[in-house]
Design a protein around this ligand. Structure first.
Ligand SMILES: [Zn+2]
Ligand SMILES: [Zn+2]
Length: 315
């Protein structure tokens, strides 16, 4: 989520009514191709690390949402534990979240509640930081990168997002928190993946595959994860903010598409691609708290895993 600039009163009839009249996106054909091969190692596991929430009116979140209905947006990171080394997907709120919110345009400063940062949660469970290869960001907006302030590890991102983050006004918080971090740039040299044009297979075993889904920001991505049980997840960042976007096939309200997305038409394409996969995997819009259901939280005490071997670094 980023940038809620509104010069129209919140109770404006114009805003309330114009979107309700609009219909959902057409139903895309369900993905009929084979599921890409994935051979996650038996010890691979993922955890969710909620770091807080912020408040948004439903009308801003999805088309047709009510102005009275307030929604709490999740700021949650995912830890992927893999024998070749671990990665976080996004970083949640950091210890400097108050300063990060203060950096936003005044009108975009939503009330928020921060709980424990990713850094604090990892320490509390006795996590061995030497296992952490970096934070792979779905995109560089403040609510996904704030927690980098407590994680001195490389930031994994593609060149499109690097440029966006370096130049866009909405990259301000990223530019502050990423100072001093190594950026590990990856590219999409892999084949098409589940309807997306190309891919990056992080571990080389299909267990974590990143696909370009730009439009919200230039280099936004979807991160596909397959765990040993065979269950699949798609962490879709801000392609849509809430599960309604998937289940009701609704986009962000028009005004918000124009303000929050760098290329709304591209976002629509990405959203339709993900909707086509909804029966095959758990789709996780970054800010929907219910979307994380079933993903375990960090255990009070993590079982020490063997250190990643030097010969087994991910690609
Ligand atoms: Zn966001
Ligand atoms: Zn965003």
């Amino acid at each position: 989520m980023q940038l809620l600039i509104l010069e129209i009163p919140l109770d404006s009839d114009y805003l309330v009514s114009y979107d309700k009249a609009m219909s959902p996106l057409p139903v895309p054909p369900a993905w009929a191709g084979p599921l890409p091969e994935a051979t996650p190692p038996p010890v691979m596991v993922i955890y969710q690390l909620p770091t807080g929430t912020y408040e948004t009116r439903a009308a801003f979140a999805v088309r047709g949402g009510s102005f009275r209905d307030k929604r709490l947006f999740a700021a949650t990171a995912i830890l992927v534990q893999h024998p070749k080394g671990d990665l976080l997907i996004d970083a949640g709120f950091g210890s400097d979240v108050a300063a990060h919110v203060a950096e936003l345009p005044r009108i975009a400063r939503a009330p928020y509640q921060a709980t424990k940062t990713v850094s604090e949660q990892l320490d509390a469970s006795g996590y061995d930081r030497s296992r952490l290869l970096g934070v792979l960001v779905t995109h560089s907006h403040w609510d996904h990168v704030s927690g980098l302030d407590g994680l001195q590890v490389p930031i994994w991102m593609n060149s499109g997002e690097r440029h966006y983050a370096a130049e866009d006004p909405d990259g301000k918080v990223f530019r502050a928190v990423s100072a001093g971090h190594e950026v590990r740039e990856y590219d999409f040299s892999g084949p098409p993946y589940l309807g997306f044009p190309s891919s990056f297979d992080v571990y080389g075993d299909g267990s974590m595959v990143v696909a370009p889904a730009g439009g919200h920001t230039t280099g936004s991505v979807v991160v596909f994860v397959t765990v040993p049980s065979g269950k699949r997840y798609a962490f879709i960042g801000d392609l849509t903010w809430q599960l309604d976007g998937i289940h009701r096939r609704v986009e962000r309200p028009l005004l918000l598409r124009k303000l929050a997305d760098s290329d709304p038409e591209q976002v629509r394409q990405g959203l339709l691609r993900v909707i086509a996969l909804a029966d095959l995997m758990q789709i996780v819009p970054a800010h929907d708290r219910d979307a994380y259901d079933g993903i375990p939280g960090l255990p009070a005490r993590l079982v020490p895993a063997p250190a990643p071997g030097a010969a087994e670094q991910p690609r």
